[in-house]
Write a protein that binds this ligand. Structure first.
Ligand code: SF4
Length: 378
């Protein structure tokens, strides 16, 4: 039925605390039917009978490490049970520093997981409190040390900049502390205010003091320069890697490739259809029980939408979009579809093109949305 996707995303929607900026699909873990959820999730995963030969598998959340060590063991062993592990290049799990107890690390160690993405956000204890995180700076170091001791060398951390009251000095300190961890991958996102979050409420009441846009741009510029000076490649707008440690799973998204999405509120892309699963846990459980899947928002993409996505997503990467690939995929030359937009963007110094690739310039990276808008087809 599908063109054999080689990647899967699995969603664990539970958290041990709810952060003030977060609009992800998640619930507070207490009193949730976690065992029933994991059972339904494995059923959904296995019902995609084509899931046997994955290249990448990614467990995100919520917080996958919010569940108990036994539950984690059940999840990881059942997900990999029917997989050809020789084919599985990357198996990532997201984790929060406060949750990584020794018994959970022992479960990770004996599993097929080979990459851990840790939600650090900032090293500053005061800021961690202000954004509603449940961990502190000391726990970050403990988690990284324990993971390294358990043999994980492919570790990534997420950091957020442009936090309320954050200064340039705070950003410098965060970057220095991140570099000192001696890990091969870093993701740095600027804070985005989302609806229905504590932060949006505070903002409306005038009680959130965010850095100005100029300061935010200055922070981003500093981060890029400092990380590049320390051997990291800025391979995607928000992502930095030491050679060979790019997130293969995330590259799959930016290459606009199809993938399975499992779990409450998870998104997937199969057979030209982008879909979203039911979010509320009880609705998800009922749907899996009754029909083996929980897809409810399905959108069949038109050719134009697919071409737009190819550029929106592909241009996030430093390597940009392959012009040859575009023509092979869509049967139309890039120039024919986007001639005038490309001309305008090149003239404004936002993109560059050579024989095979279209890329964003540094200036384009800072104005990503302006570039993306130009590729919307009527
Ligand atoms: S940011 Fe992560 S840990 Fe915090 S509430 Fe959202 S999903 Fe949970």
């Amino acid at each position: 039925m599908y063109s054999k996707p080689k990647s899967a995303y699995v969603h664990i929607p539970f958290c041990t605390q709810i952060c003030y900026y977060c609009d992800f699909s998640k619930v507070f873990i207490q009193n949730q039917p976690v065992d029933a959820y994991l059972e339904a999730l494995i059923k959904e995963f296995n019902d995609y009978y084509q899931i046997k030969e994955l290249r990448t598998l990614y467990i995100g959340g919520g917080t996958p490490t919010a569940i108990s060590a036994e539950q984690l063991d059940y999840l990881l062993s059942n997900l990999s049970k029917n997989l050809n592990l020789d084919m599985l290049e990357e198996f990532t799990i997201e984790a929060n520093p406060g949750d990584l107890t020794p018994d959970k690390i022992a479960v990770l160690e004996k599993s097929a997981v080979n990459r851990v993405s840790l939600g650090v956000q900032t090293f500053n204890d005061k800021h961690l409190k202000q954004i509603g995180r449940g961990h502190n700076e000391a726990q970050i170091y403990e988690s990284i040390d324990s993971l390294k001791q358990a043999g994980f060398n492919n570790i990534s951390i997420d950091l957020i900049y442009a936090l309320p009251n954050q200064t340039m000095a705070d950003v410098r300190e965060n970057v220095a502390k991140a570099l000192a961890l001696d890990i091969p991958h870093l993701s740095l996102y600027s804070l985005i205010l989302e609806h229905h979050t504590v932060f949006m409420n505070k903002m409306r009441r005038g009680r959130l003091h965010l850095p100005t846009e100029d300061l935010e741009a200055e922070m981003f510029e500093y981060i890029i320069k400092e990380l590049e000076n320390n051997g990291f490649e800025h391979y995607e707008i928000s992502n930095f890697t030491k050679p060979g440690f790019e997130s293969r799973h995330n590259l799959m998204y930016w290459d606009n490739v199809e993938y399975f999405g499992c779990g409450a509120g998870a998104s997937g892309y199969l057979g030209g259809v982008r879909y979203r699963n039911r979010g509320p846990i009880q609705h998800y459980l009922k749907a899996i029980k009754e029909s083996g899947h929980a897809r409810f928002q399905e959108e069949k993409l038109s050719q134009s939408e697919k071409m737009e996505e190819e550029l929106f997503l592909g241009l996030r990467k430093k390597s940009g979009v392959s012009i040859k690939n575009f023509e092979e995929k869509f049967g139309l030359p890039l120039q024919e579809v986007y001639g005038s937009a490309l001309h305008d963007l090149e003239a404004s110094g936002l993109v560059v093109m050579d024989e095979d690739r279209l890329r964003m310039t540094k200036k384009g990276l800072f104005l990503g949305d302006t570039v993306a808008e130009k590729f919307i087809l009527e």
